[in-house]
Ligand binder design. Structure first.
Ligand SMILES: Cc1cc2nc3c(=O)[nH]c(=O)nc-3n(C[C@H](O)[C@H](O)[C@H](O)COP(=O)(O)OP(=O)(O)OC[C@H]3O[C@@H](n4cnc5c(N)ncnc54)[C@H](O)[C@@H]3O)c2cc1C
Length: 377
């Protein structure tokens, strides 16, 4: 079978890429290693699926920080959080803005998002092959040859969207990074981001289960405050978690900090210092820090600089964001930019701008105007 585009991976980025290919009239197929697509999507936001955060593209890029924000600029500006919400609404999935500007499907049920994607693919005649584990990807004179355990396919373009390596039971096991390496790309070390920390028992003794809202967490390294996060602070049996802590883990991984302590400032003015022993396993992390090196990818199109015709989207790239919908937004936006770039190469027009809604975006929750996490720069 010959197609314009093979999309490897049926997660958030791959499913969105399939929809985009259908919208732009490409002949495309999505190959997914698990027996069902979108396993990680179903876990998102405690199965409520925090799709994005209702803030401007500029603010979002600032929150990603360097070097991720500048790399994502063309993708997020072309498909910002407002456009994502309009796109879902225009195609039948209503969304709602909740506390902290977090956007969810109105039903707050991740399986509705997955059904939305699979219905969309079916309506646009985009094939989705499950239990199709891509084993090899080779360049041919006219494009690429993709081999799975059971069949071989060829296409002019390939988009790799196989995700990171966290929660490997969802299918993201680092295959795409290996395929990319074989085709000459650098892969930066894979570390866990958005994960809790183990601490000594003194910190957790008789406090397990306590949750503190709206704390400020200062990361202090070699006597200097290097970053601040805000959010919840939770004492668990195994250590400390909550959004202020998990966001700190991502900053520590990205900056490769070796020595650090946390100064936690509570709402009532109290403060405590905690010396984390180590982050929890990458298998428990919500995001992977590291991936296909950004320098090997053209950020305007998401095409490889090493292997023309090969594109990347989603978490397999060395991109990661804070909690709150940033990571799905990055997966969706990079998928659309990559497919639009491929469509243009196939002589198709790009996306038509979506109509702005007449009314306001639906909101609920008391503090919808505030973001709960913050990366001091
Ligand atoms: C518990 C949890 C909760 C989260 N909650 C949120 C949230 O609420 N909001 C948010 O923005 N982000 C959230 N995230 C992060 C978000 O889920 C990821 O950033 C996002 O799913 C990345 O999308 P992706 O398509 O790049 O990768 P994935 O969603 O991981 O998809 C990759 C797909 O590729 C497939 N694949 C891998 N190798 C192969 C192969 N060889 N052949 C074929 N297919 C292959 C995998 O099976 C998988 O389905 C959460 C993550 C976790 C773990």
């Amino acid at each position: 079978m010959q197609s314009d585009l093979i999309i490897i991976g049926g997660g958030a980025a791959g499913l969105m890429a399939g929809c985009a290919a259908g919208e732009l009239g490409l002949r495309a197929v999505v190959l997914e290693r698990k027996h069902k697509p979108g396993r990680k999507l179903l876990m998102c936001g405690n199965s409520r699926c925090n799709l994005t955060i209702n803030i401007s593209a500029e603010r979002m890029l600032q929150m990603f920080g360097d070097p991720v924000g500048p790399f994502l600029e063309p993708a997020i500006k072309a498909f910002p959080p407002s456009a994502l919400q309009r796109w879902f609404a225009a195609n039948g999935l209503k969304t709602v803005v909740k506390t902290g500007n977090k956007v969810y499907p109105c039903t707050e049920n991740a399986s509705d998002v997955l059904h939305f994607f699979t219905d969309f693919l079916r309506d646009k005649n985009i094939s989705l092959a499950c239990s199709a584990v891509v084993q090899s990807l080779e360049k041919t004179p006219n494009g690429f040859r993709v081999e799975t355990d059971n069949f071989t396919m060829e296409s002019r373009f390939v988009l790799v969207a196989t995700g990171g390596v966290s929660y490997p039971k969802t299918g993201s096991v680092g295959d795409g990074q290996k395929l990319a390496e074989k085709l000459g790309h650098s892969v930066t070390p894979l570390r866990g981001g958005l994960v809790g920390f183990e601490v000594d028992q003194k910190t957790t003794a008789r406090r397990t289960g306590q949750v503190f809202e709206r704390v400020r967490l200062k990361i202090i390294s070699v006597g200097k405050e290097v970053a601040e996060t805000r959010g919840t602070y939770e004492i668990e049996k195994w250590g400390i978690g909550g959004t202020a802590v998990t966001d700190a883990s991502r900053i520590i991984a990205r900056r490769n900090l070796q020595q650090y302590i946390f100064r936690i400032e509570f709402e009532d003015g109290r403060a405590e210092e905690v010396k984390p022993l180590q982050p929890r396993s990458i298998k428990e992390a919500m995001v992977t820090v590291g991936g296909v090196a950004l320098g090997d990818v053209d950020f305007q199109t998401l095409e490889s600089k090493k292997c023309p015709g090969l594109y990347f989207a989603g978490e397999l790239l060395d991109i990661d964001g804070p909690t709150g919908g940033y990571n799905l937004q990055a997966a969706f936006a990079t998928a659309r930019l990559a497919v639009e770039s491929i469509a243009k190469r196939c002589g198709k027009a790009g996306f038509q701008p979506l109509e702005k809604p007449a009314g306001k975006v639906p909101r609920s929750g008391k503090r919808a105007g505030k973001t709960s996490n913050h990366w001091k720069r």
